[in-house]
Structure formats: structure tokens, C-alpha cells
Design a protein around this ligand. Structure first.
Ligand code: C2E
Ligand code: CA
Ligand code: CA
Ligand code: CA
Length: 276
């Protein structure tokens, strides 16, 4: 038994060391990847639940690594956070998305709005507003997706000031992953977001579970009574899409329509399927 214990311990420390070496290597790779322009935005379309017209895209960060290929954010956002470079990635994704929207327009593809994920770090950056002012944004073309936890932050005062200024610049605020955090109805009212994005943990079970269906219904009803739009994420089948439309959800996003796509793949799909 003693032997086994020791082996287990050695196994554990070796693993831990490998992990530390790994994350150190990943950290260096991330910094080099930023230098080498390997990070970019992929796009997942969103549709009006009633008319099925394209309402916009969510831009999602991807790492096109020269040897490891395409890497999704779950593999690097944690380390990027520790390195303090998430705001850099957010900024890069936003600039790329705005530029790509113009490129689509030049190709005759109308993408009404691009949504980007904004980390707490970026929202609290004092230079944020100044940098956004230089962009000349058309109202409605850009949306910031913020997770609920940002609003429970202790740096609340800065958040409030920045949020008001962001709205004044014509950028819409959307609460991401809604239903998983602890945002109260009161703070929701105070914030006046343009949209709520209902988390896929609530959306995915709506066909089988009356509990989640009732929850999603009440979120949609609440949002509507406050004049706030709703988007469902994780819409994996057309049955889900139909149910959500019946419940009164405004917009839909998920694998039922498309996975996140590169600029080129998105352009091609738009032409092939007639998304408009
Ligand atoms: P999120 O904001 O909740 O983004 C939606 C995630 O769900 C995406 O994963 C997307 O690929 C995935 N998804 C879309 N449709 C479906 C579906 O029908 N079923 C299921 N099971 N999943 C679906 P992705 O691209 O791997 O991004 C993961 C998370 O990383 C995002 O979650 C977001 O929190 C974060 N993230 C992505 N891009 C950025 C960024 O540019 N900046 C920041 N700060 N965070 C980002
Ligand atoms: Ca999001
Ligand atoms: Ca989300
Ligand atoms: Ca989510």
C-alpha cells in the first residue's frame, strides 16, 4: 500500500510539473501569437425567430496556430487572463469584426450588427471610451456582450460610468449567459440593456423539461415587459427554434443554423443559403 501511495504521489507531481511547464509554454506561445497576428474572429449568425432573417453575428476569438491548427478559446482564455492580454484580444476581435462587416457590405452581404464579448478587464479600462470614440460607430451596428458577474463587481462605479458612455456612443449592451448568475430584476432594470442572451444551459433542455421551459418563458416575458429583447444561445435543433419562437424569443443562435465560421466560410454560406 505504501508503494502504491508513493507511486501515486510521483505520478501526481509529474503531472503537475508537466502542467506548469505546459502553461508556461502556452503563455509564451500566446504572446508570440499576438505578435505574429495569429488571433482572429470567427462568426456565428443570429436570426430573427419570426422571419428567420439574419440579424447579426457573434464574433468569437480563434487562434490559428502555425503547427497546432485552429484553437478554441477554452484552451487559452484562462492563461490569457493571467497574462493580462484578454483585453488585447477583445480589442483585436472587435476591430476585425467591424472591418469584416465593411468587407461583407462591399460584397453585397448585409450583416446588420456584430456582437463582441467584452471581458471585465476591458470594461474597466479607463482608456476604453477614448479608444471607442475614435471609431465613429453607427448606432446598432455594434453590441457588447457582458456576462452577469461584471455587474456584481466591486468596481461598480467605473462600470456604471463606462456603461453610460458606451450606450451614448451608440453601442448596444447585451447581458450574456443570462440565467446562470445572480442578477436581480432590480439591477436588470437599472442597467437597461438592449438584450438578454439566455444561456444554453437553460435553452437546451426546453423540449423535455417543463421546468426549464417555464423558466425560459418567464425570462422572455419579463424581458418583454421591460422593453428588452431576448436572444437564445445553444439552439441545436429546429424543434428548439420552433419552441423558442412560440415562447416569444426574439432571436436565435446555435448549431441548428450554423457553427462559428471563418470570414470566408461565412461569406460562402451566406451566398449558398441565401441568408439575408
Ligand atoms: P459564449 O460567449 O457563451 O459563446 C458561445 C459559445 O457557445 C461559443 O463557443 C460557441 O461556439 C458555442 N455554441 C454556439 N452554438 C452552440 C450550440 O448550439 N450548442 C453548443 N453546445 N454550443 C454552441 P466558443 O467560441 O468556444 O467560445 C467559448 C467562450 O469563450 C464564449 O462563450 C466566451 O465566453 C468566450 N469568448 C469567445 N470569444 C471571446 C472574445 O473575443 N473575448 C472574450 N473575452 N471572450 C470570448
Ligand atoms: Ca457571448
Ligand atoms: Ca453566451
Ligand atoms: Ca455560455
Amino acid at each position: 500500500a505504501k508503494r502504491m501511495g508513493r507511486n501515486r504521489f510521483e505520478f501526481f507531481t509529474q503531472n503537475l510539473q508537466a502542467e506548469i511547464v505546459n502553461s508556461k509554454r502556452t503563455a509564451d506561445e500566446i504572446l508570440a501569437g499576438i505578435e505574429r497576428d495569429e488571433f482572429t474572429a470567427w462568426y456565428q449568425p443570429q436570426f430573427c425567430a419570426r422571419t428567420m432573417q439574419l440579424t447579426g453575428v457573434e464574433a468569437l476569438v480563434r487562434w490559428q496556430h502555425p503547427t497546432h491548427g485552429l484553437i478554441t478559446p477554452d484552451r487559452f482564455l484562462g492563461i490569457a487572463e493571467e497574462l493580462n492580454v484578454v483585453a488585447t484580444l477583445d480589442q483585436l476581435v472587435m476591430q476585425t469584426a467591424l472591418k469584416d462587416r465593411m468587407r461583407w457590405a462591399a460584397m453585397g452581404i448585409n450583416v446588420p450588427k456584430v456582437s463582441v464579448n467584452v471581458s471585465s478587464r476591458r470594461l474597466h479600462d479607463e482608456a476604453l471610451i477614448a479608444s471607442l470614440k475614435g471609431l465613429s460607430i453607427t448606432p446598432g451596428e455594434l453590441c457588447f456582450e457582458l456576462v452577469e458577474s461584471i455587474f456584481l463587481d466591486d468596481r461598480e462605479a467605473i462600470t456604471d460610468i463606462n456603461l453610460e458612455q458606451i450606450k451614448a456612443l451608440g453601442i448596444d449592451i447585451e447581458i450574456d449567459d443570462f440565467g446562470t448568475g445572480h442578477t436581480s430584476i432590480v439591477s436588470l432594470l437599472k442597467l437597461k440593456p438592449k438584450r438578454l442572451k439566455i444561456d444554453r444551459q437553460l435553452v437546451m433542455p426546453i423540449l423535455e423539461s417543463t421546468r426549464e421551459r417555464a423558466l425560459v418563458r418567464s425570462i422572455i416575458d419579463l424581458a418583454r415587459s421591460l422593453g428588452v429583447e431576448t436572444v437564445a444561445e445553444g439552439v441545436e435543433t429546429l424543434d428548439h427554434a420552433r419552441m423558442l419562437a412560440e415562447l416569444g424569443c426574439d432571436m436565435l443562435q446555435g448549431y441548428a443554423f450554423a457553427r462559428p465560421l471563418s470570414f470566408d466560410a461565412f461569406s460562402q454560406r451566406t451566398i449558398d443559403t441565401g441568408w439575408k
